[in-house]
Design a protein around this ligand. Structure first.
Ligand code: GBH
Length: 541
């Protein structure tokens, strides 16, 4: 039976109908086995999402403080003013990590907490002390810090001078980075410059749905901000490389996010081309300069042509000087990857209809398969196969960099604490995404060195406020200490860590879709035929 279905699905793949299986895996199987002995297990948070204490002990205002205090920007007008109050509860957080059994903790430093006006002229020692205490507490519990310098909370004072649209911000970032290397580098050896430049510029400068809230009508701000972020990243990398690496012996890289763009129909060449173009626009935009010095050709081509059609004399995509190309090339000791889910991609020359800009330049559109299990976030569908695909794409597109998965996780919107803690859907998600990562390592030879679950606990989910919960731990926002309670998924993740993988024993997981994941059933075949018919229907329309 298993083989019959397998052959059937392979045939469908050859026909190009779809390249993933009804259980959401890449090959219809669950792989048992262990991760490499030195594999790193971690969990993550970010400063603005958990710390609270937004105006305490000399902290300066950040662009997110300003944004959330502007009515109508965030769901329910929620703010991070208080959040999980990790500024006071950090010792509890460290105990949660210890309980999980992780070897690393990925957190971020709030730039305006240590430099209230963004510049080195005014150092807030109380802010430094907070991070020193956190780092010491981690080390005392045998957990290594993985420190992100910038997870979106730019000092508002720098925004007042143009923020990431003004190149002088790069120099301030470099000063801030150097200060962190000086003050924390004796105990921190894993550094991430920026978290998700793509989100920073697309959401913050293109659509205005994230701080600082610009809408990019002329289609230039997004690219200018991205250009500056890349140069700021390279600058900080060189500062570490020149001044600290020899003594501190750490590594420093960047974290990029991408979805996985699966061609909507693998037998339609324009779908295949569009999916690759989407990957280049989403991930290649930042990764290509870091590995090869410059933007991907397809981006230069698309933005150039579209700019010409607008009668502009120059492309809206800025150009690097030869010296900049040289200084950006090779500036990531590892690749940090934040991955959440896949989508089906096809060509769309007019997407979206409207003003020129990044999405119009990219000229692709996305769809989802209605069979994919949903999450608490509209943008996130449960698609484990995407993890293996994206890791393989990075492996083949770039010179086989060591990859840290720096975020992966799923949200829900439970109606009660009880429902929130019995989070089978999250357990399903983690088991299957981590298993696809295991396949990428074991079967495909991808150099994945670590994995980070987002998030250690429920927290302020940006424009979605507190409605969407991503935590392995439930946070009681109404309780005085913001009490954290382990969800079932925390226990499941702990077991994976303790086993360093999946031990071959009968496990029963309840897939969220209701389709049995490990038992191959007739229902699976029925579903497959349904997809097939749907695809045919789409092709003949
Ligand atoms: C990461 O962002 C962040 O690093 C982390 O802080 C965040 O909490 C986590 O993942 C979960 O979101 O595209 O219009 O639907 C991932 C990027 C940011 C993508 C929010 C989706 C929603 C707005 N996500 N975005 S929209």
């Amino acid at each position: 039976m298993v083989n019959t279905l397998g052959v059937f699905l392979v045939l469908l793949n050859i026909l190009g109908v779809f390249t993933y299986y009804p259980d959401g895996s890449s090959d219809g199987k669950f792989l048992y086995g262990k991760f490499p002995d030195d594999f790193i297990w971690s969990s993550a948070t970010s400063s603005y999402q958990i710390e609270g204490a937004w105006d305490v002990d000399g902290k300066g205002e950040s662009i997110w403080d300003r944004f959330v205090h502007t009515s109508g920007k965030v769901y329910n007008n929620d703010t991070g003013d208080v959040a999980c109050e990790s500024y006071y509860n950090y010792k509890t957080d460290v105990q949660l990590l210890k309980e999980l059994g992780v070897s690393h903790y990925r957190f971020s430093v709030s730039w305006p907490r240590v430099l209230p006006n963004g510049t080195i002229n005014d150092i807030n020692e109380k802010g430094i002390t907070y991070y020193n205490n956190l780092i010491d507490e981690l080390l005392a519990n045998d957990i290594k810090p993985m420190l992100t310098l910038y997870h979106w909370d730019l000092p508002q004072k720098l925004e007042d001078h143009g923020g990431w649209l003004n190149e002088t911000t790069n120099d301030h970032f470099n000063d801030y980075a150097r200060l962190c290397f000086q003050r924390f580098g004796d105990r921190v050896s894993l550094w991430i410059t920026f978290n998700e430049p793509w989100i920073i510029v697309r959401h913050g400068y293109g659509y205005g749905i994230f701080a600082p809230g610009y809408s990019d009508a002329p289609g230039t701000k997004t690219y200018i901000a991205g250009h500056n972020l890349l140069k700021a990243h390279a600058k900080a990398w060189h500062t570490y490389d020149d001044e600290f690496r020899a003594t501190q012996k750490g590594t420093i890289g960047i974290t990029l996010n991408t979805g996985w763009s699966e061609p909507r129909n693998a037998s339609i060449p324009s779908d295949v081309e569009a999916a690759e173009r989407a990957m280049q626009f989403d991930f290649g935009w930042f990764a290509h300069p870091i590995y090869y010095g410059d933007y991907p050709d397809v981006m230069k081509w698309q933005v150039g042509n579209k700019s010409e059609a607008q009668n502009l004399t120059e492309s809206r995509l800025p150009k690097f000087t030869p010296a900049e190309i040289e200084s950006i090339k090779g500036t990531s000791d590892f690749m940090g990857l934040n991955f959440y889910g896949a989508g089906l991609t096809f060509n769309d020359d007019n997407n979206p209809v409207g003003p020129p800009g990044y999405d119009n330049d990219k000229a692709t559109a996305g769809a989802i398969d209605p069979a994919w299990p949903v999450s608490g976030s509209d943008w996130l569908k449960v698609t484990p196969f995407g993890m293996r695909s994206v890791l393989n794409w990075i492996y083949t597109t770039y010179p086989n960099p060591p990859i840290y998965v720096t975020e992966n996780g799923v949200s829900d919107r439970p109606s009660s604490k009880e429902n929130g803690i019995s989070d089978e859907a999250r357990t399903f998600y983690y088991r299957h995404y981590i298993d696809e990562m295991l396949k990428a390592i074991k079967l495909d030879g991808v150099n994945v060195v670590g994995y980070t679950a987002w998030s250690l606990m429920d927290n302020f989910e940006w424009a979605s406020g507190y409605r969407e919960r991503f935590g392995l731990h439930w946070v009681d926002y109404d309780s005085p200490n913001k009490t954290r309670t382990a969800k079932d998924s925390a226990k499941a993740y702990s077991k994976i860590i303790a086993d360093n993988g999946f031990i071959d024993e009968p496990v029963s997981t309840t897939p969220v879709s209701g389709v049995a994941s490990t038992t191959v059933s007739l229902f699976g075949i029925g579903l497959t035929i349904l997809f097939f018919t749907l695809q045919l229907f789409r092709m003949t329309r």
